[in-house]
Design a protein around this ligand. Structure first.
Ligand code: FAD
Length: 406
């Protein structure tokens, strides 16, 4: 059967795009190089924004039923001081995050797409057809649009107009832990005793289990996968929280693309969604929410373009030009702010003032997290008076003397 759209990659972006298209009656083929269930290296945290977009797909209850909920986030500043914030919701966003291993989450989404009517094939797509479509296991499969949902992997798009101009990857790593004495219900971020710019996280996946990870997003020279076992042993707070716990499986690393502001995302017969369009937050490293959101926007544009141009052949980029404009409306201001934060705030001077000011800094921490998770617009953290007060404040004395990993 000929397909109107072939979606390459069945992560959150690809499966959500296929679901939206199949529901709109578009003949859609979803392809992934892995059969499901399959693992994906991740912190497994679903932001309020991600939950909102899952709700729009009728998946909120199924995901929440399988996941571990957290309503607070704790931070340790480079100098050792601590801050915490309640996760903010609003009229449309829940006031909690969910943690659900991708092994389970991605299968739920993939199954949802297939149940909605998307065809699925396991196969590694290594080439695109010049006139529109893909080559799968040597077989040419024409289509009017190929949706690139291949995440941070670049091999398929390297010689296409969707290839990013320069190096775009940073690397994060994670491992799973079981038998934790008391991980507590909160998400934890650590900016101390480790190389900056970057952070470590400890996200509970259950009452005695967690996902522990580290993301380094500076210039080359730090291996996240090599540093993680050291943090487990040598980081005073992490070692205490995980004492006696055993890692399950290996420490696994994977690249992250955060280059949405410069990423090409549209060409004749081709359109990128999710991380393939650089849609991972440069400050927090989360991207499942933007993967789901871009999938919905892409599917709406494709459905409209297929109706407007019912003749055969690859859809020209001009027919889909509303897609990058829609992404810009949704994400440009946020990514400008988060890129600036990644560049200017990931240092002890700012982080000690942000997370180390006790009650005086609480308002700024609350606002920043509300903006990161989509509950408030980016301009909420840019109030000049608040920024000035924050930067001119003296950081608190830490409870524990900080130690720094080399
Ligand atoms: C260590 C780490 C921690 C993270 N933590 C979080 C977090 O806690 N919360 C959050 O929101 N985000 C997190 N992220 C980011 C998140 O993982 C991505 O934003 C998200 O997976 C992007 O979804 P996607 O569908 O665009 O791509 P992916 O999830 O990467 O899916 C891409 C799919 O494409 C398939 N594929 C690739 N190439 C081909 C090909 N040529 N042919 C066929 N199939 C192909 C792959 O098998 C895969 O299934 C983290 C990332 C890392 C690396």
């Amino acid at each position: 059967m000929p397909f109107d759209v072939i979606v390459v990659g069945a992560g959150p972006a690809g499966s959500a795009t296929a679901w939206h298209l199949a529901r709109a009656g578009v003949a859609t083929l979803l392809v992934d190089k892995s059969a499901f269930p399959r693992d994906k290296v991740c912190g497994d945290c679903l932001s309020p924004r991600a939950q909102h977009y899952l709700g729009r797909m009728g998946l909120a209850d199924a995901v929440a039923g399988a996941a571990h909920a957290a309503t607070r986030i704790r931070f340790r500043a480079p100098g050792g001081a601590e801050a915490s914030t309640a996760i903010a919701g609003n009229a449309t966003l829940p006031d909690r995050t969910l943690v659900l291993p991708r092994l389970v989450f991605d299968e739920l989404l993939w199954r949802h797409a297939v149940t909605a009517g998307a065809a699925f094939r396991v196969g590694h797509v290594r080439a695109l057809l010049p006139a529109g479509g893909v080559v799968l296991d040597g077989e040419p499969l024409p289509a009017r649009v190929v949706v690139i949902a291949t995440g941070a992997a670049l091999s398929l798009i390297r010689n296409t107009p969707l290839a990013p101009a320069g190096p775009v990857h940073s690397v994060a790593a994670r491992c799973y832990l079981e038998g934790l004495p008391a991980p507590g219900p909160d998400l934890r971020f650590f900016f101390d005793q480790l190389p900056l710019p970057g952070y470590a996280w400890l996200f509970p996946t259950g009452p005695a289990s967690a996902n522990l990870g580290y993301w380094y997003n500076g210039p080359e020279g730090v291996s996240a996968a090599a540093l993680l076992p050291r943090l487990l042993k040598e980081h005073a707070e992490i070692a205490a929280l995980t004492a006696g716990a055993g890692p399950v499986g290996r420490v696994a690393g994977y690249p992250i693309r955060t280059d949405f502001l410069t990423a090409p995302m549209l060409a004749d017969g081709l359109l990128a969604v999710g991380e393939a369009a650089g849609l991972v937050n440069p400050f927090t490293g989360e991207g499942i929410d933007y993967a789901l959101e871009s999938a919905e926007l892409a599917a709406a544009q494709i459905v409209a373009a297929l109706h407007a141009e019912p003749t055969s052949g690859a859809l020209p980029a001009t027919a889909l030009a509303g897609y990058p404009r829609a992404l810009d409306r949704h994400f440009r201001a946020l990514f400008l702010l988060m890129s600036a934060a990644q560049r200017w705030a990931f240092n002890p001077f700012v982080l000690d003032r942000l997370f180390g000011r006790g009650a005086a800094g609480q308002d700024m921490v609350d606002r920043l997290i509300a903006v990161c998770f989509g509950a408030a617009p980016p301009r909420r953290v840019l109030a000049p008076l608040g920024l000035l007060r924050l930067l001119s404040a003296r950081p608190q004395r830490p409870n524990i003397a900080p130690r720094r990993a080399s």
